[in-house]
Design a protein around this ligand. Structure first.
Ligand SMILES: Nc1nc2c(ncn2[C@@H]2O[C@H](COP(=O)(O)OP(=O)(O)O)[C@@H](O)[C@H]2O)c(=O)[nH]1
Ligand SMILES: [Mg+2]
Length: 305
């Protein structure tokens, strides 16, 4: 199969994680004594932040695959591991479809610095490339810089941005944006929000208020509540996802900054524990560094450079 640009960027992004998982394991070891290999892989999965529960599940699964493998089967343990990882993550293979409602509304949440605003710019750019009209709502009213950052994305991708001055009520901003999106026949409205921890109850209540504001127009809104989490925070990202999910009933995840970390195994742990669709992954800061999550491609890129 010819290497597509889309896939090579993913491989490149996952280089550090792939190195943590497979670097220095000689090709012969994948076909050799499986006891030694399994011990080595267990350590490496833990180092890549797959977490103890999921690591145990993977090692058990790999053992059973090795046991069942026929002698005539030419595949090594690496191919079986890839299959095992892909099957675990397949539960989260569910690309976001935005064509059901109009406007399709998306609320983007997460902690400070996770990559919310950047991800919004990338997703909007992608949707515009698919001939959908997009409007952005500057629901992060905490800092003036946050509004400016979204406005600068809006200019770059030529999408309208609805904003009020910093300090404004974010639910009011989103409400405003919804009316404007409706009036302008916009396909997708994406609302940015200020960073918060799932433990900050008052700030989680604010998100519920934004949710209610959207529901005044459309009881189904927001159609997507997307949590953005940074892969490099490892097991902490899993905790965040659990906390946000409990408070808001997430419908999707985006895992960012996979390019800068050896902790790409976080995605496996999240897929195993949560089964919330992983809509996208971030593999760089650029406008095109967003990929629709595909469990099979992800598993392949984790193991084969
Ligand atoms: N390397 C890398 N950097 C990213 C990615 N996504 C976001 N960033 C960077 O992370 C920083 C914080 O992003 P921002 O969108 O402002 O986070 P927010 O506070 O959640 O809105 C910025 O410098 C982004 O360029 C990614 O996938 N890879
Ligand atoms: Mg932001």
């Amino acid at each position: 199969m010819p290497e597509t640009g889309v896939f090579s960027r993913l491989r490149q992004g996952l280089q550090k994680t792939r190195n943590a998982l497979t670097g220095g394991i000689p090709a012969a070891a994948w076909r050799g004594n499986s006891e030694d290999l399994l011990v080595e892989l267990e350590d490496r999965l833990l180092l890549a932040d797959v977490g103890i529960d999921t690591t145990t599940r993977i090692i058990d699964d790999l053992k059973s695959r090795l046991r069942k493998k026929r002698n005539a089967d030419p595949r090594g343990a690496d191919a079986l591991l890839q299959e095992s990882l892909a099957e675990i993550m397949a539960a989260c293979n569910k690309p976001l479809l935005t064509r059901g409602a109009k406007p399709f509304t998306m609320l983007v949440v997460g902690i400070n610095g996770a990559g919310k605003t950047t991800t919004i710019g990338k997703i909007a750019h992608r949707l515009i490339g698919q001939d959908q009209t997009v409007m952005l709502a500057a629901g992060d009213t905490f800092r003036a810089a946050a509004v400016e950052q979204l406005q600068s994305w809006g200019e770059k991708i030529k999408a309208p941005v609805v904003a009020q001055k910093s300090g404004a009520d974010s639910a009011a901003v989103v409400f405003d944006a919804y009316q404007s999106a409706k009036a302008r026949d916009i396909d997708v409205l994406i609302a940015d929000t200020a960073g918060r921890l799932h433990t900050q109850q008052n700030l989680m209540d604010e998100l519920l208020k934004i949710k209610r504001a959207m529901q005044k127009f459309d009881p189904e809104a927001p159609h997507e509540i997307l949590l953005v989490i940074e892969a490099g925070t490892g097991q902490n990202a899993l905790k965040q996802a659990l906390g946000f999910h409990e408070a808001l009933n997430l419908t999707g995840l985006c895992v960012t900054k996979l390019d800068g970390t050896a902790k790409g195994g976080t995605v496996i742990a999240i897929a195993d524990r949560l089964e919330i669709p992983i809509r996208y992954i971030g593999v760089g800061e650029g406008i095109d560094d967003l990929r629709v999550f595909d469990a099979y491609r992800y598993a392949e890129a984790l193991l084969h450079g």
